[in-house]
Design a protein around this ligand. Structure first.
Ligand code: ADP
Ligand code: MG
Length: 408
C-alpha cells in the first residue's frame, strides 16, 4: 500500500483535509475515522516515502527475478488521483527529474545496466516492448499505426499450454532506456484521457506496458534441473517483496548441448499495469459517454475483484474450479498473471484525506483480499532438445536398443 501526500492540487475544503490514514510498524495502515481499523500488508509506504524507497524495497528484486526468467506483473490499483500513474511512471518522459521517476523508468535502468554488466556478459538478450489500453472493453494498441480515427484492435487467445497470447500487437525492439522511454511517451500521448470532477487528468482506461525479454545463456550441467513432473511444486520463493509463494522460473523453450554447457533460450514477460480509477461512478458525477466509460471500467475492475476473491478466499479456493477470467478483457489478458505462472505485486494507492475515506477503505479491503492469492506453481521448462528432431531420433534409437537388450 502506498499513501500519497496531500498536495495543493487536491483543492479540498479545509474541513475534509484532515488526514485519516497513518502508518504503523510493522507494515500496517491505521484508519482513524468513526472507528479505528487496522490493516496489514507486505509493504506500507507512507506519505513521506520517495519513489526510490518504493523501488528499492518492493521492486528491484522483481527486476532481478525477471532477468532470471520469471514472469512478473505489477498492478497499480486505487481511485483516480491516488498516485497510480505517479508510482508506476506510466506517463514519465525523458525530461522527468531523476527523483520523480516512477517504477517503469527505474526498472528499465536496472534492466539495461544488468544486461550490460560483466555478470551477464555470456548471455545474449533481446528486448521488445508493447503498450496497450483497455477502454470500454476494447483493446487498443498504443504503439500501433493509426488508421484514421481507429487504432488497431488486439485479440486474445490461449495456447495449448494455457499461455495467453495477445494477437495483432505491435512489439517494438529496444536497445536502450531512451528507446523504451520514447515508446512509453508515444503510447501515453495516445491514451484516452477525459476530465471528471475528481481529477482533470484522470485516465478512464487501463494501460498495460509490457516488456518481453528473450535471452540465450549457457547453463552448466550441474545447474540443469530435471524437468518437473506434473504436480511437483517448483522451488518456491520466499513470500517477501509483496510476493505470494508461487510461480516458476525458466520459460525454457529450447536447449542444445555445447562444450560450454547447455544453451537455453529463456523468455520472460514483465507487465506494468496502470488500472483505471477504482471509484464508484456516482462519486464522479459522470454523464453521457463518460458514464458509459465509468460503467465498463467498473466492469473490468469488478471482474478483477471477482477473480481475486475466487483465487484469494482460502475456503472458496478449495472448491472453486471456475475462476471468472472471461468476464472482462482485463482479467482475460492478465489470466496467466493472476494465480498463474507469474510473480504478481499489487500496489494499492490511497489518499490520506478524510474526503476520500470511503474509497480509501474500499481500496484497503480490496488489497487485503488480493494478498490472499497464491499463484499456482507451474514449471514451464522443457527437456533439452525437445524440438530437435535429430536429438529425438537418436533418443528413439537408443531407447529401442535398450529395450532390445532388456528383453533379451
Ligand atoms: P492516478 O494515476 O491514481 O489518477 P496520479 O498518479 O496522477 O493519480 O496522481 C495524482 C496527483 O498526485 C499527480 O499530480 C501526482 O503527481 C501527485 N502524486 C501522487 N502520488 C504522489 C506522491 N507519492 N508524491 C508526490 N506527489 C504525488
Ligand atoms: Mg493515472
Amino acid at each position: 500500500v502506498r499513501i500519497r501526500p496531500i498536495t495543493t492540487q487536491d483543492n479540498l475544503p479545509t474541513r475534509f483535509q484532515r488526514q485519516v490514514l497513518t502508518t504503523s510498524a510493522p507494515n500496517q495502515v491505521v484508519v482513524q475515522a468513526d472507528k479505528k481499523q487496522v490493516f496489514s500488508y507486505d509493504y506500507v509506504f507512507g506519505p513521506e516515502s520517495t519513489q526510490q524507497d518504493v523501488y528499492d524495497k518492493a521492486i528491484v528484486k522483481l527486476v532481478d527475478n525477471f532477468l532470471e526468467g520469471y514472469n512478473v506483473t505489477i498492478l497499480a490499483y486505487g481511485q483516480t488521483s491516488s498516485g497510480k500513474t505517479h508510482t508506476m511512471g506510466t506517463a514519465d518522459s525523458h525530461s522527468i527529474p531523476p527523483e520523480s521517476k516512477g517504477i517503469i523508468p527505474r526498472a528499465m535502468q536496472t534492466l539495461f545496466s544488468s544486461m550490460n554488466s560483466a555478470h551477464y556478459k555470456s548471455r545474449k538478450f533481446s528486448l521488445k516492448v508493447s503498450f496497450i489500453e483497455i477502454y470500454n472493453e476494447d483493446l487498443i494498441d498504443l504503439l500501433g499505426e493509426s488508421f484514421g480515427d481507429s487504432r488497431p484492435q488486439v485479440t486474445i487467445r490461449e495456447d495449448t499450454k494455457g499461455n495467453i497470447i495477445w494477437n495483432g500487437l505491435q512489439e517494438m525492439r529496444v536497445n536502450s532506456v531512451d528507446e523504451v522511454m520514447g515508446f512509453l511517451a508515444r503510447g501515453s500521448a495516445n491514451r484516452q484521457v477525459g476530465a471528471t470532477d475528481m481529477n482533470a487528468q484522470s485516465s478512464r482506461s487501463h494501460a498495460i506496458f509490457s516488456v518481453t525479454m528473450i535471452q540465450q545463456k549457457y547453463v552448466g550441467t550441474s545447474a540443469t534441473q530435471a524437468p518437473a513432473r506434473p504436480g511437483t511444486p517448483s522451488k518456491m520463493l520466499e513470500p517477501k517483496f509483496g510476493l505470494r509463494p508461487q510461480s516458476s522460473m525458466n520459460n525454457l523453450r529450447q536447449s542444445r548441448r555445447f562444450d560450454e554447457g547447455e544453451l537455453v533460450t529463456v523468455t520472460s514477460k514483465f507487465h506494468f499495469v496502470d488500472l483505471a480509477g477504482s471509484e464508484r461512478l456516482k462519486r464522479s458525477a459522470a454523464v453521457g459517454d463518460r458514464a458509459k466509460e465509468g460503467i465498463s471500467i467498473n466492469s473490468g475492475l469488478l471482474a478483477l475483484g471477482n477473480v481475486i476473491s475466487a483465487l484469494g478466499d482460502p475456503n472458496k479456493a478449495k472448491h472453486t474450479t471456475h475462476i471468472p477470467y472471461r468476464d472482462s478483457k482485463l482479467t482475460r489478458l492478465l489470466q496467466d498473471s493472476l494465480g498463474g505462472n507469474a510473480q504478481t505485486l499489487m500496489i494499492a494507492c490511497a489518499s490520506p484525506a478524510e474526503y476520500n475515506l470511503n474509497e480509501t477503505v474500499n481500496t484497503l479491503k480490496y488489497a487485503n483480499r488480493a494478498r490472499n492469492i497464491k499463484n499456482i506453481a507451474t514449471v514451464n521448462q522443457e527437456e533439452a532438445g525437445w524440438h530437435d528432431i535429430e536429438h529425438l531420433q537418436n533418443m528413439v534409437l537408443k531407447l529401442r536398443s535398450e529395450i532390445k537388450s532388456l528383453k533379451s
